[in-house]
Design a protein around this ligand. Structure first.
Ligand SMILES: Nc1ncnc2c1ncn2[C@@H]1O[C@H](COP(=O)(O)OP(=O)(O)OP(=O)(O)O)[C@@H](O)[C@H]1O
Length: 280
């Protein structure tokens, strides 16, 4: 049982309060574990995960390498199966959610097809879904405009900077209008200035489209800048050690990073990481 049944994000034994809201639960993870069998023996990638993510929230997973951030995202996306426990995504199984095209997935590398133009890359999920050419054009135009690439339809990926390629991959994920955006360190390979810019752009898109976002990051300041909730994880075995609800406004600009409230939240995350020896 959860202490607050309608809580937005709660990890049972760690953060039972999560006072925020009566939002619909988009992702509900209960007592979930995942053990990989390897030649070197079993790897406890995820251990006893309990987590609820509310509709419209921006939730970041943060923790050191190997704590299971990507694995948890992949379980949500139906790219991995848990070995114990349960998970529902929008009230269904992750498999049904995937088949219903509920989510878009953005990887660390933009993973655009080099032989296709930006427009044709964005068309891939729409083609798979069997949408008409007219609908494809409308969606691609709308989302390339949203990410500021309206003048780059006909360019090839290699003609764009890394940040522009990542924006194109976000547009590609948005084109099918998923309710849920799963992002695995999407800006990890970008320089700091571009990353700052992308963070602001992503917040605008999130605000405009009202999506639920689950975001993996190694960066404390990125987690503070973006999230409504920060899920702190720790390795060996991969587990959730704390869920922090951000007291900051949903929409943030870069100036907020110089405020006391921003630094206080960053310090709280840092302390949570250190507390559980998450940082060796
Ligand atoms: N397919 C797999 N087979 C075996 N072990 C795996 C597999 N995928 C992940 N692991 C192991 O599971 C654990 C969690 O990995 P995961 O990639 O989820 O961590 P992470 O927190 O995302 O790490 P990073 O920040 O380095 O990306 C690690 O010990 C990893 O080696």
């Amino acid at each position: 049982m959860y202490a607050v049944e309608n809580s937005t994000v709660a990890e049972e034994s760690v953060s039972p309060q999560s006072p925020s809201s009566n939002k619909r639960v988009m992702i509900d993870v209960k007592d979930l574990s995942l053990v990989f069998q390897t030649n070197d023996g079993p790897v406890n990638a995820l251990s006893d995960i309990n987590l609820k993510i509310g509709e419209g929230d921006f939730v970041s997973f943060i923790g050191p390498s190997g704590c299971g951030k990507t694995t948890l995202l992949r379980v949500i996306a139906d790219l991995e199966k848990q070995t114990a426990g349960s998970i529902s995504v929008n009230g269904t199984t992750p498999e049904d959610a995937r088949l219903n095209r509920l989510y878009g997935y953005v990887f660390q590398a933009a993973a655009l097809l080099p032989w296709r133009t930006i427009k044709k890359n964005c068309a891939v999920p729409l083609e798979i879904s069997g949408h008409s050419q007219a609908h494809q054009n409308k969606q691609i135009d709308k989302y390339l405009r949203m990410v500021g690439l309206q003048d780059f339809h006909e360019k090839y990926p290699w003609q764009l900077s890394g940040g522009m390629q990542q924006r194109a991959s976000i547009a590609r994920a948005l084109c099918i209008e998923p309710d849920l955006l799963l992002m695995d360190e999407p800006f990890g390979a970008l320089d700091e200035i571009t990353r700052d810019h992308m963070n602001v752009e992503l917040l605008k898109i999130w605000d405009e489209t009202k999506k639920t976002v689950v975001f993996v990051t190694h960066s404390i300041s990125e987690a503070v800048m973006l999230s409504t909730h920060i899920v702190v994880m720790s390795p060996r075995p991969g587990r959730i050690t704390k869920v922090i609800e951000s007291p900051l406004p949903r929409m943030k600009d870069l100036a907020l990073r110089d405020t006391e409230a921003f630094h206080a939240l960053a310090a709280e995350i840092r302390a949570a990481l250190a507390e559980e020896h998450a940082i060796d």
